[in-house]
Every structure is written in structure tokens, then in C-alpha cells.
Design a binder for this molecule. Structure first.
Ligand SMILES: [Zn+2]
Length: 289
């Protein structure tokens, strides 16, 4: 990469350091087939963007809740959905950060695929090879099928999370998804097995880390990318990926070493905090709205 371009990229405050390494440079350097960025949550000020959208549609949501006629209500839901999409366009897609992510994907020669998961939650996949795009499209189509099937026939044991994200309980889908994102097989297999057996992976990973820390030091390279849960804090495969990434980054530019060290620490802390974050997320379902 030209050093001017790299300097401009590294100096750009509109792309988060974590995204620079994990989402852009990792696929750029061929360290993983694809990366995934959740929009707007993982953009700078993404949480605020989400809150602004909520504020904008809140009055309409309140009005909708007072509508008792079923048909009028169904229509109201459609209107609300449209409104959310329009707010997403204005607030998220209109933001400098969003534009910066697209600009830098192009500058680095990365392809992209944006998937609308919900009206205000999108997933942005970045990748180099055309074939990876095909694999992602197939994965997304399969996810749609799994979701539709679950919504039609949820079954008795389906809790809100399983209803909203049924693909997280589909072993085959998880294995393919892990492959596309460049996770080690052993970790993906243990993640999938746990999910299918209703073991909370986030809690398992946090407990493993705490238990290991009591005995010995943990090499943070095992948490080489965010929202990835290794089969163990001492997984050889995850560790060697982390070191491979670290070497490739510092070879590209020595400044990236320190940056990646900080990202690894953030990822490690996130694994420790994940169970707490999830229970906060779950509590919104328990309010009965
Ligand atoms: Zn592993």
C-alpha cells in the first residue's frame, strides 16, 4: 500500500481503530476472507445515531400503541417500519462516518455487501475475493430461510433470543459463518455445540477467562477479533491466528503493533463484560413490550 494512503487511513478519525484493523486491514491483507461491521452500532457515535432514530419515531410508536383496531394497527406498523428506514437513511447513511467506511473500502480495493437485518440494523461485510461475496449471499439467504421457518413454527422451547436469532442455534449455518469470518474450526465447533445445547457461550467464555487468569497469564492474542469466542483462552489455533495478524499488521506498518495491542485488550475486556451486556439487552424483553 502507498504510504500516503496508509497514513491518511490511519489518521482518519471517522473510522474506529478497531475497524481499521479487524474490518479493513485483515481482509485487505488476506488474514480473513471477510469482516463484518454492524451498522450503526460499530460506527463512531453509532449508539447516539440509534438513539436519535428512536427519538424521532417515539411519538409515532406511542400513537400506535393506543390504536386498538387490528387492521389500523397492522397498517400503522408498516408505516412505522417505513419511517425507521427513512430515519436510517437520513441519520446513518447521511453521516460522515458511514461515508468514510464506504470510501475506505473502495480505496483499499475491498468489495462490500450490506444486509438489512432490521429496518435500523444493517450488516456491512467487507472482503477481497468475488467468491467470498457469493458465500456471504448464500449464508444470508439461508439465514432468511431459517428465520422464516422459526417464525412460522417457533416450537415450545423458543425464548425471545432464539426466536429473533434462530440461526445462532443452527450448527451448519454457524460453521459456514465462522469460516467466512476466518475463525478457527475448533472454536466455531465448540461455539455451535454450546449454542445448540443451550449453553450460554458468552458466560462460558467469561468464566473460562476468569478461571484461567487465576492459574496463569492469558495471551490476549487469543481474542484476535471482536465478538469471537475461542474454545479456550489457551486455544492454539486462535493464538496462532492472533500472532499471525499481529505480525502482518506490524509488517505493514510498525505503528499498527501498538494499535493492535490496544484492540486485543479491548476484545479481552469485552469477553469479560459480555454476560453483563447480554443480560442488559435481555432485560428489555422482560418489560413486556
Ligand atoms: Zn479453538
Amino acid at each position: 500500500m502507498e504510504s500516503n494512503l496508509l497514513n491518511e487511513f490511519l489518521d482518519n478519525p471517522l473510522v474506529l481503530p478497531k475497524s481499521k484493523l479487524e474490518a479493513f486491514l485483515a481482509p485487505y491483507l488476506g488474514l480473513r476472507p471477510a469482516s463484518q461491521v454492524t451498522i450503526p452500532a460499530e460506527l463512531p457515535k453509532g449508539v447516539e445515531m440509534g438513539q436519535r432514530i428512536d427519538e424521532e419515531v417515539k411519538p409515532h410508536l406511542m400513537k400506535l400503541q393506543s390504536v386498538t383496531d387490528m387492521q389500523a394497527r397492522a397498517l400503522g406498523v408498516q408505516v412505522l417500519k417505513k419511517m425507521l428506514e427513512q430515519q436510517f437513511e437520513a441519520i446513518v447513511e447521511g453521516s460522515d462516518a458511514y461515508k468514510a467506511y464506504y470510501r475506505w473500502a473502495e480505496e483499499l480495493g475491498l468489495r462490500n455487501n450490506q444486509i438489512k437485518v432490521r429496518p435500523t440494523v444493517h450488516e456491512l461485510y467487507l472482503f477481497k475475493e468475488k467468491g467470498t461475496g457469493g458465500r456471504i449471499r448464500k449464508l444470508m439467504n439461508n439465514r432468511e430461510k431459517i428465520r422464516r421457518k422459526t417464525q412460522r413454527r417457533p416450537g415450545a422451547d423458543v425464548d425471545p433470543i432464539r426466536f429473533a436469532y434462530p440461526e445462532e442455534y443452527d450448527e451448519k449455518w454457524l460453521l459456514r459463518n465462522g469460516e467466512v469470518l476466518g475463525y478457527p474450526d475448533c472454536c466455531v465447533k465448540s461455539y455451535a455445540r454450546d449454542r445448540v445445547n443451550s449453553v450460554n457461550v458468552e458466560t462460558r467464555a467469561a468464566r473460562q477467562l476468569i478461571d484461567t487468569l487465576k492459574e496463569t497469564e492469558v495471551d490476549t492474542h487469543v481474542y484476535f477479533t471482536g465478538f469471537f469466542f475461542p474454545c479456550s483462552p489457551q486455544c492454539e489455533n486462535a493464538l496462532s491466528k492472533g500472532h499471525l495478524w499481529a505480525d502482518a499488521f506490524s509488517e505493514l506498518d510498525p505503528r499498527l503493533s501498538g494499535l493492535y495491542e490496544r484492540v486485543l485488550l479491548m476484545n479481552t475486556e469485552l469477553v469479560l463484560r459480555q454476560p453483563e451486556l447480554i443480560s442488559k439487552y435481555m432485560s428489555q424483553f422482560k418489560k413486556g413490550n
